[in-house]
Design a protein around this ligand. Structure first.
Ligand code: MTE
Ligand code: MOS
Length: 712
């Protein structure tokens, strides 16, 4: 078999089984004597549970709730904090909060029984929006002020001084909405007992997160629970902590019933009762001199977290660290607040908090440019970060920044400079442009101090098995990682095995999140491969490595100062639109992008990520509207929460620049989220130009454009 080169164009390894319908998703698993579960949830956003009246359960049916947790266990899911309860007990804090699990052999019977459970509540006034929560509507949900978490960063001079010296101040508030993940496979898990151990099969990004989160329910330790990842049909951050919410109740049910139990959400449940992207409210106040030069930016960032912390603090940190975008702003102060509301808890979603602040800074910079009569691209490019620039966290940009080259490529491909000048504002045609980045892997010393990733290669004859906890969720990691191993070892990709992780068999290589898999886990596998290659003739053996942080890049997690990221992915996107002035319908007629991802391990996969990420970002800015009214999501299906299809946007033109990353395998950096981070702002820029409006929020479906036109 010929050796596989790192740049070879190959068919991705998971393609055939998925295309043929052979891949085994959680719903495809059956076990003898298997039961089904149906979740009983809160139907009010806030209040106390006064009584639960159960119908008579037929034989073989069970209702599992907080009272079934054994005395040695605790009713909490250990995500980052332990505040999210496995079962609501006494009170409820959002619509959809788990109260119990109905379990039995017939799914129709479960549905029928669920309709006959009567739960009586005393309702309280909920806080739904960020403004409600700030105003402490209905009284505080968390602490005395609803602040779940907060942080600030500062760079340069004190802001009072900066504003004193300013000739003018430009202030605006920009808001972003909920976004639903709409992974094509809904959430699903099965709990059982195998070889005397509690075992959970789950559609999940982070198998080790689940075992950590749920073990304490039974007073057990993480190692006592085995998690097996099933083929995962998309995740996008929605299967990072959220599977804990299914697996926790399932584990308690398993403890009581001791038969295989399967829980699958249908699409409506998955849309109404799962985590979403954090809505945000971001106020940027910029000090300017008389020529429109930026003296400093003061930012206040609110993320709506729902009533439980889940990933909010980490998501918010990334949001704050990206609040100055790709710009070297001389003086800045940005405060971030995660605020508690009575909506479904918000959590990770592709971009992990960066898209909200990046949309705000991009749109703000574009508004300043237009106010002073500059072309947005030209104005923004004056502030591009460079190698050695000081970052918002007082660290430095370690790598070469190729934004000028990327702008050049995108501007040439899209004919930006001509179109930007020639298309007259408000005449129905517009081109917009944006710049963005994404810090690679976990922030600061997260990789070094918290995750401490491990990876292992096992050689048997001429075959090599990769043992890591990282998962395939559509992003192509099964292929990318095998390619890295094969190319390092100088063997064929056909000789590499890499199964969906089983936590009892593989080392913990950290969560499949933060676009870290290639740059961190890929590099670990490369290091294992380098040693294995040298010792190849020693027979059968294995090599395991632990993450090592490069020297000289300190980070202080208390003060949030230092090198937040060792490397970034960088992006530039242009979007051209035509607006129908009668219907306000916006037609995208061109999409161009250029990305710096270090080196592309697999160009076909990268192409897929670019296409998908950009379309998802355009959906976020345009049609994906998820409203929460009084605690209830209004959009309940894919016909009223509309995501883009291949018919909605034209074929994209894309390119890469080569900028090998010192600490990545074959020079690669992360890119799975980067490609989401900027097309939204380019689209809104284009829409503003086409219609002559100023936009302060996304999404902007046609009905909201109508409103903005009226306001103008
Ligand atoms: N691409 C597909 N097809 N499906 C997904 O669920 N998740 C995204 C991105 N690309 C996702 C995807 C998110 S949120 C992340 S963090 C990265 O992939 C994670 O994968 P990586 O670490 O291999 O980049
Ligand atoms: Mo991605 S939001 O870090 O799973």
């Amino acid at each position: 078999m010929p050796a596989t080169g790192i740049n070879d164009r190959i068919v991705r390894v998971d393609a055939a089984a998925k295309a043929r319908g052979e891949a085994k998703y959680a719903c495809d698993y059956t076990f003898p004597d298997m039961l089904y579960a149906y979740m009983i949830r809160s139907s009010i956003p806030r209040g106390t549970i006064d009584s639960i009246d159960m119908p008579n359960l037929p034989e073989g049916y069970y209702f599992i709730s907080a009272k079934d947790i054994p005395p040695e266990g605790k009713n909490e899911l250990w995500m980052i904090a332990k505040d999210w309860r496995c079962f609501a007990d006494g009170d409820v804090r959002f619509v959809g909060e788990t109260i119990g699990l109905l379990v039995g052999p017939d799914r129709n019977m479960l549905k029928y029984l669920s309709e006959h459970i009567e739960i009586k509540y005393t309702e309280m006034e909920p806080a739904i929006s960020i403004n409600d929560a700030i105003a402490l509507k209905g009284g505080p949900i968390v602490g005395s002020d609803n602040v779940m978490c907060q942080l600030f960063v500062e760079k340069g001079k004190p802001m009072e001084e900066v504003f004193r010296e300013a000739d003018s101040v430009f202030e605006e508030t920009i808001e972003t909405g909920f976004q639903e993940h709409v992974h094509l496979e809904t959430n699903a898990a099965i709990a059982t007992i195998e070889d005397g151990k509690y075992t959970i099969y789950a559609s999940a990004q982070c198998p080790f997160y689940i075992s950590k989160a749920v073990a304490g329910l039974l007073g057990l330790e993480q190692k006592d629970i085995v998690i097996k990842q099933t083929t995962t049909g998309g995740a996008f951050g929605g299967k990072e902590h959220f599977p804990d919410v299914l697996c926790g109740p399932l584990l308690v049910a398993e403890y009581k019933i001791r038969k295989p139990i399967k829980l699958i959400f249908d699409r409506e449940e998955d849309m109404l009762y799962s985590v979403k992207r954090h809505p945000s409210k971001i106020t940027l106040k910029t000090a300017l001199d008389k020529d429109g030069n930026i003296l400093g930016i003061d930012g206040l960032v609110y993320y709506n977290g729902g009533p439980y912390l889940s990933g909010t603090y980490v998501v918010l940190q990334r949001g704050v660290f990206h609040a100055n975008g790709v710009y070297d702003i001389p003086n800045t102060y940005v405060k971030g607040i995660g605020i508690a509301t009575n909506t479904f808890p918000s959590d990770a979603f592709r971009g992990f908090g960066a898209p909200q602040t990046l949309f705000a800074i991009e749109t703000h910079m574009e508004h300043i440019a237009k106010k002073f009569g500059f072309d947005p691209a030209e104005y923004k490019s004056r502030y591009f970060l460079k190698k050695d620039s000081e970052t918002i966290t007082n660290g430095h940009i370690i790598e070469r920044v190729m934004l000028p080259e990327m702008l050049e490529k995108v501007a040439t491909a899209s004919d930006y400079w001509r179109k930007s000048k020639e298309y007259k504002t408000g005449e129905g045609r517009g081109i917009g442009i944006s710049f963005y980045n994404h810090g690679g892997a976990f922030t600061g010393n997260g990789e070094q101090a918290i995750i401490k990733a491990h990876a292992r290669l096992v050689k048997t004859g001429d075959r090599v098995r990769i043992e890591v906890g990282s998962t395939e969720m559509g992003q192509g990691f099964q292929t990318t990682l095998r390619k890295i191993a094969a190319a390092t070892l100088g063997i064929s990709i056909e000789q590499i095995d890499y199964d969906n992780p089983d936590t009892s068999k593989v080392p913990d290589s950290g969560p499949t999140a933060a676009s870290r898999s290639t740059m961190i886990v890929g590099r670990l596998v490369q290091r294992c491969g380098e040693e294995m290659k040298e010792r190849w003739n020693e027979g059968d053996f294995s090599v395991e490595k632990e993450y090592e942080h490069p020297e000289g890049h300190p980070w202080n997690q208390e003060t949030f100062r230092g090198d937040a990221y060792l490397g970034y992915g960088w992006g530039c996107a242009a979007v051209e639109v035509e607006a129908d002035k009668l219907t306000n319908e916006i037609k995208v007629v061109g999409i161009w992008s250029c990305h710096d991802i270090g080196h592309a391990i697999d160009e076909l996969i990268v192409h897929g990520q670019v296409n998908g990420g950009i379309v998802q970002s355009l959906g976020y800015a345009s049609m994906e509207k998820m409203e929460n009214r009084k605690g209830y999501f209004k959009q309940t299906s894919m016909s009223d929460y509309v995501i883009p299809t291949s018919m909605d946007f034209p074929k994209q033109e894309w390119s890469l620049v080569e900028n090998p990353y010192e600490w990545g395998p074959f020079g690669a950096k992360g890119m799975g989220e980067l490609v989401f981070n900027g097309a939204d702002a380019a689209y809104i820029d284009a829409v503003e130009r086409a219609l002559g409006i100023t936009v302060h929020k996304i999404p902007m479906p046609p009905e909201d454009i109508e409103e903005a036109l009226d306001a103008e």
